[in-house]
Design a protein around this ligand. Structure first.
Ligand code: PRP
Ligand code: URA
Length: 236
């Protein structure tokens, strides 16, 4: 498959064209799914998909893409007025109205955390450890640590891969139990199957990604995908 083929990867800018939810496929953004099709993001994603990128290149690209995605992901966040003294006079600026909590799903979500923090340096960090059982593909939660006041904050749940959607759905359910009311799921590559599964359980949670790929293979890997994100980030 040609990862540059326009029909496969060109997605409607910020979901401007929507289809029925059942009709999730490559390059087709269903309701509440936002594909960040900025040319710079797409260029870096293509470099990231390349099997010849080693863990150093992979980490650097993932970090850059995560930073770039923040602009679109946070576009609709509320701001509040704030007085500021310029060297010449007092004026009113605007700042983010709510605290932000970043929650990477371990391990691979950690690969996006620094990139997001560059743009949102005041964010707190929670961690959710979830891995997929390789045989059943079921999510196995193994670690949770969240800031105590997470419920009052804007939450970005980050993980580069949305495959079957098991890990993402489990993480969203955990955050809801912790009282989180406003969250977005931010990934790099989403499979149609994962989008359907996450939105079946949590339709109100917006999904942001850089690409909707074709399908899962019989081992639950995204095609064409980028392989095992955790292994490529950490060199394992
Ligand atoms: C990967 C990825 C997601 C999950 C996606 O993690 O980072 O968390 O798989 O698959 P799913 O949508 O089918 O649940 P993995 O289980 O490989 O753990 P790791 O990040 O520790 O390598
Ligand atoms: N997890 C990954 O890291 N890659 C996939 O393609 C699917 C799940």
């Amino acid at each position: 498959m040609d990862a540059r083929a326009p029909d496969e990867y060109k997605s409607p800018a910020m979901n401007s064209s929507r289809t029925q939810r059942e009709n999730v496929g490559p390059g087709v953004a269903p309701p509440n799914v936002f594909v960040i099709d900025h040319p710079v993001v797409q260029t870096k994603l293509t470099e990231l998909r390349d099997a010849s990128a080693d863990h150093r290149e992979f980490r650097a690209l993932l970090d850059e893409i995560a930073s770039l995605m923040v602009y679109e992901v946070t576009r609709d966040w509320p701001t509040k007025p704030q007085a500021v003294d310029t060297p010449l006079e007092r004026t009113t600026g605007h700042v983010l109205a709510r605290q932000v909590t970043l929650v990477p799903i371990l391990r691979a979500g950690l690969g996006m955390a620094d990139g997001v923090l560059k743009l949102l340096p005041d964010a707190r960090l929670g961690h959710l450890g979830v891995y997929r059982n390789e045989q059943t593909l079921e999510p196995v939660p193994y670690y949770q640590k969240l800031p105590p006041d997470i419920a009052q904050t804007e939450v970005l749940l980050i993980d580069p891969m949305l495959a079957t959607g098991g890990s993402g759905s489990a993480a969203v359910a955990f955050l809801k139990k912790a009282g989180v009311r406003s969250m977005k799921f931010v990934c790099l590559v989403a499979a149609p199957e994962g989008i359907r599964a996450l939105h079946k359980q949590h339709p109100e949670v917006p999904i942001y990604c850089a690409a909707i790929d074709r399908e899962l293979n019989d081992k639950g890997y995204i095609l064409p995908g980028l392989g095992d994100a955790g292994d490529r980030i950490f060199g394992t």
